[in-house]
Write a protein that binds this ligand. Structure first.
Ligand code: NAD
Length: 264
């Protein structure tokens, strides 16, 4: 394994689970020092913390900041700069989902999704960008979604937040393009095999009276021409590539990893 991130530091939001965990593990294997962040049962958080500690061979700092609160986002960033020295890489990954038709969509769910999936990325970027500029190097990676480029019914807040983060990515890229050493890009995955996404298969199978396999390929993964899950490792490796050498000109890019979803 090439240690392309030796000496680098990273804050990966929502790294206690799913895609964030995969990115944190890949970064740690490449030599980066990580601040683990996210919610979750103590058992789950401890497990990921232990996995990271085994790779890095040292204590792994952890933040349980609730990203629906702007002040907590800022505090998490201050903690990251304190324990890591400075933050080279910010991955805005934490996110939640809720589905309902727009006229029945609960107001508090709208506010929560916009706060966690969009506003937290703004606050973290604003807080950590000065340190990156000072260091003359930085990577900001926003985990958006195919839903940052196209819509689906019943996901009004999620689609709005993901389209928003795609726009924010381009603005930050333009503002940092000249002479800062900082880049900002978004990754837009299709359905990624995480426990959260896998849990959607069984209810579809029950509702439609079909097998889990048919529920997966004919319903959930239908928008993806590939009809296969995106694996967490695919997202992690793309994030790793963005942080590697020869990527100074890779900025403002909205990188799809969606098995052909948005090609149609
Ligand atoms: P996940 O549920 O496995 O992980 C989400 C992470 O966010 C967890 O660590 C959780 O603790 C954290 N989080 C949630 N709410 C939080 C809050 N209020 N404060 C702090 N942390 C909070 O989900 P995942 O599937 O790994 O998704 C990660 C990101 O990838 C999300 O932004 C999601 O929209 C995006 N994404 C997922 C898929 C997919 O199919 N799984 C596809 C495209 C994009």
């Amino acid at each position: 394994m090439e240690r392309s991130l030796e000496g680098r530091t990273a804050l990966v939001t929502g790294s206690t689970s799913g895609i964030g965990r995969g990115i944190a593990l890949a970064f740690a294997q490449a030599g980066a020092k990580i601040l683990l962040h996210g919610l979750g049962a103590p058992g789950q958080v401890d497990r990921v913390r232990a996995e990271l500690a085994e790779i890095t061979g040292g204590e792994v700092a952890y933040s349980a900041a609730d990203l629906s609160d702007a002040r907590e986002v800022r505090k998490m960033c201050a903690q990251a700069e304190e324990v890591l020295g400075h933050v080279d890489i910010l991955v805005n990954n934490a996110g939640i989902q809720f589905t309902s038709p727009v006229d029945e969509f609960p107001e508090e769910k709208w506010d929560q999704i916009i706060a966690i999936n969009l506003s937290s990325a703004f606050h973290a970027t604003a807080a950590l960008l000065p340190g990156m500029k000072k260091a003359g190097w930085g990577r900001i990676i926003n985990i958006a979604s195919a839903h940052g480029l196209v819509a689906s019914p019943n996901k009004v807040a999620y689609v709005a937040a993901k389209h928003g983060i795609v726009g924010m990515t381009k603005v930050v890229a333009l503002e940092t393009a000249r002479g800062t050493g900082v880049t900002c890009n978004a990754i837009c995955p299709g359905f990624v095999r995480t426990p959260l996404a896998e849990a959607q298969v069984e209810p579809i199978a029950k509702r439609e009276g079909i097998s889990a396999e048919a529920a997966l390929t004919e319903h959930l993964l239908r928008p993806m021409a590939s009809r296969r899950w995106v694996e967490v490792e695919e997202v992690a490796q793309m994030a790793l590539y963005i942080c590697g050498p020869h990527t100074a000109s890779l900025t403002g890019e909205i990188l799809s990893l969606d098995g052909g979803w948005t090609a149609a």
